[in-house]
Ligand binder design. Sequence first.
Ligand SMILES: Cc1cc2nc3c(=O)[nH]c(=O)nc-3n(C[C@H](O)[C@H](O)[C@H](O)COP(=O)(O)OP(=O)(O)OC[C@H]3O[C@@H](n4cnc5c(N)ncnc54)[C@H](O)[C@@H]3O)c2cc1C
Length: 449
Amino acid sequence: MGEKKFWADWTFPLISLVMFALLLAAMLSQMPSITVGSLISFSSGLLAYTMMLTVTFMGSRPRFLEKHFGMPQMFEVHGVMSVVLAFIILIHVIIQWNGFQSIAEMSLVSQTGWVAVIALLIVIYTGIFSLSEIFVQYNKTLNVYKNKHNRELNLWLHRLAIVSIIFVYFHLYALPFLSNNTIFMVLLNIFTIYVLGYWAIWKIKILTLPKYEVTKLYRGTPTIWVLEVTPVKGQIPQFHGGEYFWIYFRDGANISKEGHPFSTSSAITDRYSNSIEFMIKDAGDWTESLKNINVGDKLVLEGPHGDMLPPHIQETDEETVPFILLAGGIGLTPMLSILRQEHQRGSQREMHLVWGLSVEEDLFMLDELEEMKAANPNLHVHVIFSWDEVEGYAHGFITNEYLESVGAAPYHYGHFFVCGPGPMIDATKRIFDHGNVPYDHRHIDDFRF
Ligand SMILES: Cc1cc2nc3c(=O)[nH]c(=O)nc-3n(C[C@H](O)[C@H](O)[C@H](O)COP(=O)(O)OP(=O)(O)OC[C@H]3O[C@@H](n4cnc5c(N)ncnc54)[C@H](O)[C@@H]3O)c2cc1C
């Protein structure tokens, strides 16, 4: 496993464990003795709480961590940790559970505990069956079930995580042996206030973000919208090719106000010096409602997020390090942004855009790609169709054999950038494993959260 992958997987569980170890040590330091049953019960409760704090913190999209690990990876860890913490909380509940009679005689401690657990179950249900892709993506029935949910409603219900945290806090506070333990309470307050404060500031920031207005919106293909937005006041923020923003429409625009993430297809260039372009494929309710949007409608952009092409990789030696951009369908967007950025810089690097499409009507942007090729003779564009047979183009999927046949397989020294649908990403990961592509040369943008 590469170092980056290791830290992406383990940083957040380790943060939870450190918080847990500190709280447990503070608790035990003031307890003369404890039974094994109570130790297991208190430990599982505390561990679950520190995991709840950590996953909530991750849900606030902390940019200073996300730029190192990537948001899809963080959301995967967020999902897995949430499910693990549900099992851990179960241990606590089973040990503390005192039969049905206890429900009738509930103390403040158990009342707050039950509210927290019920809220948490709703949060986990909405996460698994409506918001996240990771648990349902390989099962058709679950996928159909997921799509029956109203995503916006479930997103609201998912925010019960904050309610659950507040109730666990009071659940702990209601236990005299903990509320009288000063070190424990100081630590508990620091961890809880930091996470809830970070979440609240993030929410307030979204409300106060600078406004943009739609300056262009048209169909690039029958299923893709091209959206260009310009700040109402001031300049666009600095961002790198391959990064993405969350779009929130505002002020009466006829579309849901929920934020949706989209990679930029533009980069900061002469053409897009004060505007940002997105390419948006029809996928569901929100994307289809774009037909209701008009030029002049207002929105805000939260971001940039992502780390597709970090500056230290962009600066690697042009003569010896090729870039291979693998795009599946609308996965072209971050690649186009990287290509536009490289074109603006006058890069002469060897680059291969390998673009997998299903049907001929999805093919567009060819004129601009030709222009870029004319400016950089080391740029090669390979288009392959998996469904339609199109004259002059290859037919099939992006495979190791295909990459080798077009000269886009420098597995040991090239940097590989990938974006596309789930099965395509999984297939390219297998190609990288087969070719022993170093982990820090794999830059994968996953549209599945
Ligand atoms: C980092 C990132 C970059 C993306 N860039 C692009 C892009 O450049 N062009 C493009 O066409 N698509 C992009 N997407 C996908 C795009 O965000 C979804 O297609 C869109 O949000 C679907 O919303 P919907 O209501 O129309 O469809 P729905 O039917 O609600 O959902 C369709 C699929 O999109 C997922 N989705 C829906 N809403 C969200 C959300 N708020 N956050 C995350 N996933 C969601 C759902 O889980 C589902 O699998 C990107 C996704 C991510 C995570």
